[in-house]
Write a protein of this length. Structure first.
Length: 242
């Protein structure tokens, strides 16, 4: 399991200045996660590399890093980011949505081929047809198609079957309570993802029987369905009467 963090701080002076380090401590030390997905793409590549280097120095070499630009870079910016990261000795597990939406799969392919990096994408697609096009173009190494956005678990598994044919690995866009079951059900699954409680309090509070990680892995319940038990007190506290 990996955490998702490194979102940009406010500019009004309210930040403490050590949020990245605090997030790493939360993911790694408090919950035993094996890595982190760090937000990039909204600043200049050199500034994002500085943030990534800061995270790497705090986390140590055994902690893996993914970066997610959320379609924020041009192709030259994404390639410059990779060059600078490598110059600092940083290797990435993958580069997620490195380029802007109008470049579509061709830009992803260019970053993958010219940058010699594993590329992940798919959360912005809503059908297996779009995912097939990315795979046939050689645009991705990792599919992070989202079952909630793209037609449910059945459609996600259809995409997973396509990925198997193209030797593309599988991730899932957030939602560990669902993604964990899907990734465990197919070959080629990678990492379950979770935000910190500040960004996603639902995952950390709504599931009453959320297990502790075991050697970085997220154990799944064996009960029927997804097997999760909801915290009725949390639901009642946040219930809105209509």
């Amino acid at each position: 399991m990996i955490g998702i963090g490194g979102y940009y701080l406010p500019t009004d002076g309210s930040e403490k200045g050590n949020e990245i380090e605090d997030e790493i401590d939360f993911f790694r030390d408090e919950h035993g996660m094996v890595g982190m997905k760090l937000k990039v793409g909204a600043q200049a590549p050199e500034e994002d590399v500085a943030r990534l280097l800061r995270a790497r120095r705090h986390a140590g070499e055994a902690f893996l890093f993914v970066v997610d630009a959320n379609q924020g870079y041009t192709v030259p910016e994404a390639l410059a980011f990779l060059d600078m990261a490598r110059a600092e000795g940083i290797e990435l597990r993958w580069f997620e949505e490195p380029t802007r939406w109008h470049g579509d799969a061709r830009s992803l392919r260019d970053v993958r081929m010219r940058g010699n990096v594993a590329v992940a994408a798919g959360q912005s697609e809503h059908s297996r047809v779009g995912m097939r096009e990315m795979m046939t173009l050689g645009a991705i190494d990792v599919s992070n198609y989202d079952a909630s956005w793209g037609g449910g678990p059945t459609e996600w598994r259809r995409v997973a079957a396509l990925a198997s044919a193209f030797e593309v690995e599988l991730a899932h866009h957030e939602e560990a309570q669902l993604g964990s079951h899907l990734l465990a059900s197919v070959p080629g699954g990678t990492y379950v993802e979770a935000f910190s409680p500040a960004r996603d309090p639902i995952f950390w509070n709504l599931i009453a029987n959320r297990p502790k990680l075991q050697d970085g892995m997220f154990p799944l319940p064996q009960e029927p369905g997804l097997g999760w038990q909801l915290d009725e007190d949390f639901i009642e506290h946040h219930r809105v009467d209509r």
